[in-house]
Write a protein that binds this ligand. Structure first.
Ligand code: GNR
Ligand code: NI
Length: 173
């Protein structure tokens, strides 16, 4: 159980396409444990492995609102049956800190994946779960939510991020 550093935009690694996992073994399970710790410590509801610099198709999520933790693990996820009806959510991303924007995505979808123990599963997702899984699966393709915004909105967010990074640099130096 280790809290890892979360990469933030702009960062080339975040734009990498992640690779499928051959087998869910000890190494992958340790990675999932670390990802979950990292996600909880950053108060996120989802995390893709690439956000901690590992280009594997692995996602962890916990969208439960109550104190009881309900972690979910997705290895090699694939999306099917995207709804033609879209819904809008105000999205944020641990790799785009403190920035939020309304994003439209298919309102429901079906996800095929391997769970923590390598067993095949199918999940019908709706609401925040559907939004979050699609946000995380974008990370596996090197896509961030800001890529869906207009050039102007995206450049404004990138400018704010570079200001934030500069501030942190100045404190460190
Ligand atoms: O913590 C997160 N909240 C969130 C809110 C709305 C839509 C998507 C998300 S995912 C985000 C964590 C994250 O960056 N995952 O990649
Ligand atoms: Ni994200």
């Amino acid at each position: 159980m280790t809290i890892r550093n979360i990469l933030t935009e702009p960062n080339k690694t975040l734009r990498q396409i992640s690779r499928n996992v051959d087998k869910v073994g000890k190494e992958e399970q340790k990675l999932m444990n670390d990802m979950l710790d990292t996600m909880y410590s950053a108060n996120g509801i989802g995390l893709a492995a690439i956000q901690i610099g590992v280009p594997k198709r692995i996602i962890v999520m916990d969208i439960s609102k109550d104190k009881e933790k309900k972690p979910m693990f997705f290895v090699n996820p694939e999306i099917d049956n995207r709804n033609k009806i879209f819904s809008v959510y105000e999205e944020g991303c641990l790799s785009v800190p403190n920035q939020f924007a309304e994003i439209e995505r298919p309102s429901t979808c079906e996800v095929k994946y391997l769970d923590y123990n390598g067993n095949k599963k199918i999940l019908n997702a709706e609401g925040l779960l559907a939004t979050c899984i699609q946000h995380e699966m974008d990370h596996l393709e090197g896509i961030l939510f800001i890529d869906y915004l207009s050039k102007l909105k995206k450049s404004m967010i990138l400018k704010k991020l570079s200001k934030q990074k500069n501030k942190i640099d100045r404190i460190v130096v």
